[in-house]
Design a protein around this ligand. Structure first.
Ligand SMILES: Nc1ncnc2c1ncn2[C@@H]1O[C@H](COP(=O)(O)OP(=O)(O)O)[C@@H](O)[C@H]1O
Ligand SMILES: O=C(O)C1=C[C@@H](OP(=O)(O)O)[C@@H](O)[C@H](O)C1
Ligand SMILES: [Mg+2]
Length: 223
């Protein structure tokens, strides 16, 4: 499938490796893009990861946007599990929920997580419900550094512009209950927790970069 950027130019591994990794349809593609000898010097990654970094947290915490921002500022590969599932299935998350139900989606989510856990290291933004399955929590804990982005139900409602793309996002009361119910699971997997309330995506991304460098998860590339 051909991918275009904001100027409607075709994105290839050579022209824009970071954007390209957002749209792969097989896990092996990410590895070949990032390690491609064809990359122009200007496109080569500046930093490298020593481990995967998984982003978890409730819907609209900023997992997708923050991991993309960090990928761009550090020159890292990133994959969004929801976007990957949508491209591979050629259907939206909403359509998958509507036609096959949540259990079928959760099975696809586990499969995608397990695939990417061993293709990195890379930034992996997960869907908000990734922590629901114990199997997933084990994969997260054993295969990388887990960044838990915290958000309140009030802030989530303020941020969410279009609930129709998130079948499980209903209203403030449901968001409160879901966050409370998932909290122990997010805390169980978290290597670090970051409060995102009142902070911009750029500020959160910089905070994460500083933590990853301090923890030795993110290093300047040697060559
Ligand atoms: N820290 C933030 N400050 C303001 N808006 C944010 C922040 N993080 C995310 N958003 C906005 O919230 C919406 C959902 O963000 P997204 O990254 O898709 O969240 P998630 O992947 O956690 O569901 C987007 O419109 C995004 O611009
Ligand atoms: O919290 C959840 O159960 C879900 C979160 C969504 O991802 P985001 O957290 O990126 O919105 C998406 O995976 C699906 O709609 C289910
Ligand atoms: Mg997301």
């Amino acid at each position: 499938m051909e991918t275009k950027d904001a100027e409607n130019q075709t994105i290839t591994p050579e022209t824009n490796p970071i954007a390209y990794t957002l749209s792969v349809t097989t896990p092996d593609e990410v590895v070949s893009v990032v390690n491609s000898p064809e990359l122009k010097p200007a496109s080569r990654p500046v930093y490298e990861l020593t481990r995967n970094v998984f982003f978890v947290g409730f819907m609209v915490a900023g997992k997708t946007s923050t991991s993309r921002r960090l990928a761009r500022q550090c020159g890292l590969a990133t994959i969004d599990l929801d976007a990957y599932i949508e491209r591979r299935e050629r259907r939206s998350i909403n359509q998958i929920f509507a036609t096959e139900g949540e259990d079928a989606f959760r099975a696809m989510e586990t499969e995608a997580l397990a695939e990417f856990a061993h293709k990195g290291p890379m930034l992996v933004s997960c869907g908000g419900g990734i922590v629901l399955r114990e199997e997933n929590r084990e994969i997260l804990k054993q295969n990388g550094f887990v960044v838990y982005l915290q958000v309140t139900a009030e802030q989530a409602v303020e941020r969410v512009s279009d609930v129709s793309t998130r079948p499980l996002f209903k209203d403030l009361e449901t968001a409160r209950k879901t966050i409370a119910g998932r909290l122990p699971m997010y805390e169980d997997v978290a290597s670090v927790s970051i409060d995102t309330v009142g902070k911009s995506i750029n500020v959160v991304a910089q905070e994460i970069q500083d933590i990853l460098e301090k923890e030795g998860v993110l290093c300047l590339r040697q060559k």
